[in-house]
Ligand binder design. Structure first.
Ligand SMILES: [Zn+2]
Length: 397
C-alpha cells in the first residue's frame, strides 16, 4: 500500500468471528532524520549497551510497532479466536509527511483500516529512579493553529530611529504574548489527569497540582509549571510559541514590515476566533496584524475514559506494571487526529521510559535515543494483555 513506491505502508488483518467491529493497532516505521556525526553508536544498529537498546526510533515508534507485530504473530501461532478482526498498520510517514502515511490510508484505503478502536503511539509508562510510577493514555490532542503576526510601519534611514519601526512593534507583541498566561480551560481528560496527579505525585508536586483548582493559588501554580513543566503547562490552555521571525534586509534601512510565525496549539474545543480576539487585546497595538493560518489537522475528542477500551488498557497496565493509569492530552499532533474524526476511538499507549532520560538527552528524537531492554519485553506483555482483552481472544489449542 504505497503512495510513494519507496515508502510503503503495511496492513495485516487477522479475521475474528465478526461479532464485534475491528480493532486497529498502529505504529509508524519512519523516524526523524539523523545527524550521523552526533551518534556515538550506530543510529540504526540497535546496539545493546548497559541494558538499553540504542537507535533512532527505539522509542518513537519502533517499540509500538514491535509489540504490534509480535502480538499479531502470537495471535496467529496460538490459533486465538477473536470477536473482532485485529488489524495491524505499519505507517510509512508519521514524522514529517502524513500524506504518504495516515493521510493516504484514510483518503484512499479507509475500508481496509476502519475499526471501532485503535491503539497507537502517544502514551507510555513513566519511570522515575528506575521505578514505574504511572501510565499515561493519550485520549485527546491539541491541534496546530498557526498564526502570523505582521507588523507594519514607516521605512527610513537607520541613522534616524523611528518609534514606528515594524521590528520594534513586532518584538513588543511577541514579548507580551510569550509571557501571557492564557485562560485555563480543562476538559474531562485534563481535569482527571491533574486530579490524579494530585494524588499520585510526590507530596510537594501533588500540592501544586491541587493548587491549580484553588482560585487564589492557581496563578502561582501555573507559573511554576510554565517554568518547570512546559508540557503540563501547555495542557492547561491554548498555547503560543513564537518560533520564526523575519524582518529587515539591510543594516541601515528601517524595514516597513516584519513578521513572526507563532506555533499555536489549540485545545480541541477552543473557540479560535474568540481566542484571536483575546490575543489582539493582549498585543494592543494597531500596527500589528494577526493573520490566522489554515487548519492542517482535524481532531476530535476527548475519548471516553469509561469505554471498554480504556478499561482494558488500564487493566493491562495494572497487570503488567502494577501501576495506575491517567488519561492525558497530547500537546503535539499524532496520526490519531485523522482517525478520531472518522469515528475510530483512539488511545495512545507506549512503553516505559525513564523520566530522567529526557533531560540527559536519551529521549525520542535525541542523538542517543534508547529504550531499556526490560521496557521492550514489558511493553509486549502489556500489548498482548490489552489486545487479547479488547478482541475477546479465546484459546482452544
Ligand atoms: Zn512517533
Amino acid at each position: 500500500m504505497a503512495k510513494e513506491a519507496t515508502r510503503p505502508n503495511l496492513i495485516a488483518r487477522l479475521k475474528g468471528n465478526g461479532s464485534k467491529k475491528p480493532l486497529l493497532i498502529m505504529g509508524h516505521s519512519d523516524t526523524v532524520k539523523i545527524d550521523p556525526s552526533k551518534w556515538t553508536l550506530p543510529p540504526f544498529g540497535a546496539s545493546h549497551n548497559d541494558g538499553y537498546v540504542y537507535g533512532r526510533g527505539t522509542l518513537d515508534d519502533k517499540a509500538n510497532l514491535f509489540a504490534g507485530m509480535m502480538t499479531m504473530l502470537m495471535l496467529k501461532r496460538t490459533g486465538a479466536v477473536t470477536d473482532r478482526d485485529v488489524i495491524l498498520v505499519s505507517e510509512a510517514g508519521e514524522e514529517s509527511n502524513s500524506a504518504v502515511g495516515i493521510g493516504y490510508l484514510v483518503a484512499e484505503h479507509f475500508p481496509k483500516i476502519e475499526a471501532e478502536a485503535c491503539l497507537a503511539e502517544g502514551g507510555g509508562v513513566i519511570r522515575r529512579a528506575g521505578k514505574a510510577r504511572w501510565a499515561t493514555v493519550q485520549t485527546v490532542e491539541k491541534y496546530p493553529a498557526r498564526i502570523q503576526l505582521v507588523a507594519r510601519g514607516p521605512s527610513g534611514h537607520g541613522s534616524r530611529p523611528l518609534r514606528g519601526n515594524a521590528i520594534v512593534h513586532l518584538s513588543g507583541a511577541i514579548e507580551k504574548l510569550a509571557y501571557w498566561d492564557p485562560p485555563m480551560k480543562l476538559n474531562d481528560t485534563t481535569r482527571t489527569c491533574f486530579e490524579k496527579l494530585a494524588t499520585l505525585a510526590d507530596p510537594e508536586e501533588a500540592a501544586r497540582f491541587r493548587d491549580l483548582f484553588i482560585p487564589e493559588k492557581a496563578a502561582a501554580a501555573r507559573e511554576y509549571l510554565a517554568q518547570n513543566e512546559p508540557g503540563l503547562y501547555s495542557m492547561l490552555h491554548t498555547s503560543i510559541s513564537p518560533n520564526m521571525i523575519e524582518g529587515g534586509f539591510q543594516a541601515n534601512v528601517i524595514p516597513s514590515e516584519a513578521t513572526a510565525t507563532l506555533d499555536v496549539r489549540a485545545l480541541p474545543d477552543e473557540d479560535l476566533p474568540a481566542f484571536h480576539e483575546l490575543m489582539r487585546k493582549v498585543i494592543n497595538d494597531p500596527a500589528v496584524e494577526l493573520v490566522p493560518g489554515a487548519r492542517t489537522r482535524p481532531g476530535a475528542g476527548p475519548m471516553s475514559t469509561k469505554s471498554e477500551f480504556y478499561g482494558a488498557i488500564e487493566a493491562a497496565y495494572q497487570k503488567t506494571y502494577g501501576i495506575p493509569t491517567l488519561p492525558f492530552m497530547g500537546t503535539g499532533a499524532t496520526d490519531m487526529s485523522q482517525l478520531r474524526p472518522k469515528g475510530v476511538q483512539c488511545y495512545g499507549v507506549g512503553a516505559a521510559r525513564d523520566d530522567e532520560d529526557l533531560v540527559k538527552g536519551f529521549g525520542p528524537h535525541s542523538d542517543q535515543e534508547r529504550i531499556s531492554e526490560d521496557a521492550v519485553y514489558k511493553h509486549l506483555q502489556f500489548f498482548w494483555s490489552a489486545v487479547t482483552a479488547i478482541s475477546g481472544a479465546k484459546f482452544t489449542k
